[in-house]
Design a binder for this molecule. Sequence first.
Ligand SMILES: Nc1ncnc2c1ncn2[C@@H]1O[C@H](COP(=O)(O)OP(=O)(O)OP(=O)(O)O)[C@@H](O)[C@H]1O
Ligand SMILES: [Mg+2]
Length: 742
Amino acid sequence: MNIETLPIKSGIKKIIIESDGISELYPPQEAAIKQGLLEGKNLVISIPTAAGKTLLAEIAAIQHIMENKGKVVYLCPLRALASEKFRNFKRFQSLGVSVAITSGDYDSKDHYLPRYDIIISTNEKFDALLRHQVSWVEDEVSLVIVDECHLLNDQHRGPTLEILLARLLLRNTQLQIVALSATVGNSEELAEWLKAELVQSDWRPVPLKEGVFYDNYVTYSDFTTRDVIYRQKEALLNLALDSFHSQEQVLIFTPSRRSAVTTANKIGDKIEPLLGPREKKTLSDRAVSLTTNLSDPLSKQLVACIKKGAAFHHAGLNSNQRMIIEDSFKEGIIKVLCATPTLASGINIPAKRVIISSVYRYSVERGSYPIMTLEYKQMSGRAGRPQYDTEGEAILIAKQPHSVRWLMDRYILKDSEAVYSKLAAMPALRRSILGLIASKVIPDIDELLNFFEKTFYGFQYEAVLLEGKIREVIDMLIVWEMIDPLDAGETLRATQYGVRVSQLYLDPETAANIVEGLKTVIENGSSKIHPLAFFDLLVGTPDMVTLMFGKANQAVTERRFDKFATRLIKSAPTKDDIEYDFRLRDFYTALFLWDWVNELPIEKLIIRYKIGSGDIHRITDTATWLTAAISEIASIFAKNNPRYLFIAKKSESLSERVKYGIKSDAVSLTTIKGIGRKRARILLDHGIRNTTQLADLNQSKLANIPGFGIELAKTILEETKKTQESEQDRQLENTGISDFLH
Ligand SMILES: Nc1ncnc2c1ncn2[C@@H]1O[C@H](COP(=O)(O)OP(=O)(O)OP(=O)(O)O)[C@@H](O)[C@H]1O
Ligand SMILES: [Mg+2]
């Protein structure tokens, strides 16, 4: 189908044809149009990787806005994916369509969002907006696009998406749902649940050749073979050299961060001598754009690798580093990219050849286990660049001769599995049931069961199977005082505290753990809490993310834990207790947070805790949210017991400290946009202790302080003024009418 013939506004066609250089729709795209994408029909589009789901979503969204049908929400499972979609959508802004992105801060209603036509959000953030009962979400959204809908199968993240979709299905107002999914075993079932038409196809823009490598041969699925001539000890090196000599870019999926780094290094060593001077120059220029960033060991390793033509990509890197790597690979500058599997989900980064070095993963709960076929298809599907390659190639590596057949059968010749609801998991039920009651969607237990009947779980099984668990959750929520005890009519009502827990997006168990800790503080009559004790309280909750804890960290963590044990809020187990080791694991992350708020330089943190700067963001983001949540919860309790007030204040300031990684004396200065950890400390070292003193400075004096300069001094002084004005406004608003009259 020619783009020109599509029933869409000419401006959209122009951008697709002229900017994207696309003139024909792919066959599955055509099918989606014919099945009613532009006529408001619910659709499940279940087609392979890189078959062009994004373009369909874009056409549907922009046309929807230009026909004034209502707002569009585009849901993504990952922040990185949301950013990529945001960047893509921006090319339509010239048509007068406005696009916003939201993620993070779950407790914010994001008042600016109603001004935008298309809102790109992570699933969790949108769920949080529903909990705040934001009116535009309820009244104005008329198209919801769900990317990577097969995520429903994910133990941790699936239930949020499932509840969210069930809520949308129950809405009275007209709403179109377009779900984009990888090819899964039961897409008909998915479509039936969403009352949607199914667009299904195995068509790929570039044919994919799949094979297994063993003993220097690749055996393909049609049982032809190919000899790889290089004879290094490691299979990956041979395959990488083979690709390099054929001038083919290769994407290697490795099971762990560590293997991504070591593989990139080894391959880099082999291909560096083969690079020409021009290639070397381009690579070293690209490496320079990364060096401005950080000088910790991981960043240094990355720079060294890139100079050699290879790179690694994993969650330990920060988002800027990851973006530079993705772009450099897309541009063909980096020849070999070794990535952990997170890169497989949705980010558009194709390669001529994809190598999957191992199909095994490791987790503490499960030990070593083989991945799903669905995951393999996501990774192998990255192979073959439309517009460049006539064929893509995906290769699995066998370690033993008998694995060749097994890998072939289990991954290459097999279809993807069916997706199953994961709603029955307790943490998911707790969170969603409180959410439903707190946003007054559900008045009683019968209605709750009716609601679960509408979920994918209810569709695949029977909601009544959940009744026992649902009642157990209700009992827990009553004990935790998040909902009122049931009356004779069994009306479900959240307490003020329960509503807040739901809006703060906490797992009810996290809130219950925290409140138990706060009660101990109040009962002990203490008026001081050490920040480390706060962190110790946080790290044991289900919502906190923690650092990897290895044997090497045991002794030092133990020493610090024992030294600090008496000052903790939660009682400290002794070495004989079973939970001692678990507690130590968590305490390690508490120690990291303590070092962070004591302004230990990032480079030192990275070395001490063997992490990357991406981990620092992840952990401090979560801890900022949780410390702010403690403050909110303490403020609610302070209404009946003013002694909670000091906890509220203390945790509010601690939340700021965690956000920026600063000591308490820097809290005032970091309220100014543009002042973070480093600049606040420089100002303090120059005797400027707060925003008032900063506002009193003249521009040239500030510009003379090292690390500032004229331009920065100007913007910072403007920001200081703005901050002070809004603070005055806030104080005025808080002034009661009686104060005003007197
Ligand atoms: N009709 C078309 N003709 C040529 N190229 C196209 C067409 N439609 C999409 N593309 C290009 O193909 C690529 C497909 O990427 P896209 O991100 O949409 O894949 P996807 O279907 O969402 O797969 P994934 O499962 O990886 O999310 C993009 O680079 C896009 O520009
Ligand atoms: Mg996609």
